[in-house]
Design a protein around this ligand. Structure first.
Ligand code: AMP
Ligand code: ZN
Length: 504
C-alpha cells in the first residue's frame, strides 16, 4: 500500500499531506485540563480524540513525543486575562484548602477517568506551576524583543505591534483585529493599563488577596494562562514542532495568543499543524452545567442520571465517541448510546470468533478473498484521511459480516487463502485494541467459562427433554428443580426450552 496521511490543519483550514519535521518522528502538544473540578464528558471526548490520533500515528510507525499539560495556575474565570479570579484559587478559597490540594485531587480524578476510558498517558505531562522560571524567562524574552510592555508590575503582550509586523493576529481563529478590539473592550477591568484593548497579560501582578503568587522582576504575581503552553511546548518539543491540538473552544483566545507569544519570543509560530476537536452536545444542545444539560462520566457509567435509561460500559462510551469524526460535533443521547452498545457488542463478538478460528489449510484466492483484502486496506485509507474513525469503523463492520458468515458456515475457508486469513486475523483484532483503544470487557477466561456454562445447561435441558419423552417425570422434575436451586430457571416455550439466571 502506498499511503499518505492527511490532516485537516485549522491554521490553513485545509486538509494537508502530513510531513513531519524529522522523518519518522512526531512532536505533538495538546492542551490538557484545568484541574479545578472533576473532568467532564466534553473534556473526555477531546482526550479520546487525541488518544485515537496518537495511537494511530504510533501504529503506522512514527515515534512520538506526546506532551499534554496540566493547567494548575493562571486560568482565570471566564477565560479573562486580568481582573477575574484564578479558577483553582477560587476553589481553594471556597473550600479553605491549599490550591495544591485542589490540583492534586482533580489531577487524580482526571487520571482515573482517562484510565477508565483507556486513554493512554502522554510521554510528558508537565504542570504550569513546575515551569514558573521558564515562564518568567519567556516574558523577559518577549519584552527584550519589543513585543510586550510593563505597567504597574503587570506585563502585557503588544498585539498591535504583532499584527502590524506579521499581519497574523487572528489568523487561526479567523477574527479581525478590529473585532478583537471590540470584544476585549467590553468586559475587562484594568483596561487602562493596556495600550490597546486586544493586548493580553503575560504576567499579572497579584493583588493582596491572591493566594497563588511568585516573585518576578516585575512584581509578585502569576503568569497569564496562555504563557504556560508556549513555554512547555517549546521546552519539550523545541521552538518548532509538528502538531498542536486542543478543543475548538481554545482557538481564541488561548491558541491565537499562544502563536503570538511564540512569535514574540522566538520570531516564528510554534506548530506546523493545528488540530481542533469539536464539542460534545447532549440531546442537541451544548453540554452545559448552568442549565442542567450535563452528565458526568460516572453518572453515564452507573446510569444514575435522568438523561439516560441505564448505565453504559466505558468501552461502549468510547466506541460511541469514535463513531463520529473528531472535527464534527457529537450529540449524546440515550438512543445513540443504546445503538452504540449493540454495535460495540457485535464488533467484540466478531473479534472473539475470529481470534478462536483456525484456517484448515488449502484455501484458495476467490472474490471474497479479494474483498477482504480490499476492506483491510480501506480501514487504513480511511484513517489516513484525517483520522476518519467512523468510516474506518464502517469498513470494520463490513468485515464483521464476513467473519460472521465464516463463523456461520455461509462462507467456507476454501474460499479464503491462508495468507488472507492470517492478515485478517492479525489486523482486525489489533486495530480494534491498538488503534481504537477498545478493550473487550469479557476476558478470554470469562468467555470460556460462559461458553462452558451455556453448553452444560443446554446438555441438562436435552437430558430433561429425553426424560420427558420417556415419561420419566421424576427425573425431568428433578433436573428442573435442581437447576432452580442454583438460580437457573427453565422456561418451556413453543420454540423449545430457554433458561435465565435469577439472583437472590
Ligand atoms: P479545560 O479543562 O476547560 O481547560 O478543557 C480541557 C480540554 O477539553 C480543552 O482542550 C477543551 O477545549 C476541551 N473541552 C472543553 N469542553 C468541551 C466540550 N464540551 N466538548 C469537547 N471538548 C471540550
Ligand atoms: Zn494550552
Amino acid at each position: 500500500m502506498n499511503r499518505q496521511l492527511k490532516i485537516h490543519n485549522s491554521l490553513t483550514r485545509k486538509k494537508e499531506i502530513f510531513k513531519p519535521i524529522h522523518e519518522g518522528f512526531v512532536g505533538i502538544y495538546v492542551c490538557g485540563p484545568t484541574v479545578y473540578s472533576n473532568v467532564h464528558l466534553g473534556n473526555v471526548r477531546t482526550f479520546i480524540s487525541f488518544d485515537l490520533i496518537t495511537r494511530y500515528l504510533r501504529h503506522i510507525g512514527y515515534k512520538l513525543r506526546y506532551v499534554r499539560n496540566i493547567t494548575d495556575v493562571g486560568h482565570l474565570e471566564g477565560d479573562a486575562d486580568t481582573g477575574a479570579e484564578d479558577k483553582i484559587s477560587k476553589k481553594a478559597r471556597l473550600e479553605q484548602v491549599e490550591p495544591m490540594e485542589i490540583v492534586e485531587r482533580y489531577t487524580l480524578n482526571f487520571h482515573e477517568v482517562m484510565r477508565m476510558f483507556n486513554v493512554l498517558p502522554p510521554n510528558i505531562e508537565p504542570r504550569a506551576t513546575g515551569h514558573l522560571i521558564e515562564q518568567i524567562e519567556m516574558v523577559k524574552e518577549i519584552l527584550n524583543r519589543g513585543y510586550a510592555y510593563e505597567v504597574n508590575g503587570s506585563v502585557y503582550f503588544d498585539t498591535l505591534k504583532y499584527a502590524q509586523d506579521t499581519g497574523k493576529y487572528g489568523q487561526l481563529s479567523g477574527r479581525k483585529i478590529e473585532e478583537l478590539i471590540a470584544l476585549s473592550r467590553e468586559n475587562l477591568k484594568n483596561q487602562d493599563e493596556k495600550r490597546h484593548p486586544s493586548d493580553f497579560a503575560i504576567w499579572i501582578k497579584a493583588d493582596p488577596s491572591h493566594i497563588m503568587r511568585w516573585p518576578s522582576p516585575w512584581s509578585i504575581g502569576f503568569p497569564g494562562w496562555h504563557l504556560e503552553c508556549s513555554v512547555m511546548s517549546t521546552k519539550y518539543l523545541g521552538q518548532t514542532f509538528d502538531i498542536h491540538g486542543g478543543g475548538s473552544d481554545l482557538k481564541f483566545p488561548h491558541h491565537e495568543n499562544e502563536i503570538a507569544q511564540n512569535y514574540g519570543a522566538c520570531g516564528h509560530a510554534p506548530a506546523h499543524y493545528w488540530m481542533h476537536t469539536n464539542m460534545l452536545l447532549m440531546n442537541g444542545r451544548k453540554m452545559s452545567k448552568s442549565d442542567g444539560n450535563t452528565i458526568t462520566p460516572l453518572e453515564l457509567i452507573t446510569g444514575n442520571s435522568p438523561h439516560i435509561s441505564k448505565g453504559y460500559h466505558p468501552m461502549v462510551i468510547r466506541f460511541f465517541m469514535l463513531q463520529s469524526h473528531y472535527g464534527s460535533t457529537l450529540d449524546l443521547s440515550d438512543e445513540a448510546l443504546q445503538a452504540a452498545e449493540k454495535g460495540f457488542n457485535r464488533l467484540m463478538e466478531a473479534r472473539r470468533h475470529l481470534i478462536n478460528m483456525k484456517h484448515p489449510g488449502q484455501g484458495e484466492t476467490s472474490e471474497i478473498d479479494v474483498e477482504i483484502n480490499r476492506l483491510l486496506d480501506q480501514v487504513y485509507e480511511e484513517m489516513d484521511d484525517d483520522f476518519n474513525a467512523p468510516k474506518a469503523l464502517a469498513r470494520l463492520f463490513e468485515l464483521v459480516n464476513r467473519i460472521n458468515a465464516l463463523q456461520g458456515g455461509q462462507i467456507t475457508f476454501q474460499n479464503i487463502s491462508e495468507q488472507t486469513f492470517t492478515r485478517l486475523q492479525q489486523i482486525f483484532p489489533a486495530f480494534i485494541t491498538e488503534v481504537l483503544g477498545l478493550e473487550d470487557p469479557i476476558t478470554e477466561g470469562e468467555n470460556d467459562q460462559a461458553e462452558l456454562i451455556e453448553h452444560l445447561i443446554r446438555l441438562l435441558i436435552e437430558l430433561r427433554q429425553k426424560a420427558r419423552q420417556e415419561k420419566n417425570w421424576a427425573l425431568s422434575d428433578y433436573i428442573r428443580d435442581a437447576l432452580k436451586e442454583m438460580g437457573v430457571i427453565l422456561k418451556d416455550g413453543k420454540d423449545g426450552t430457554s433458561w435465565s439466571r435469577v439472583y437472590s
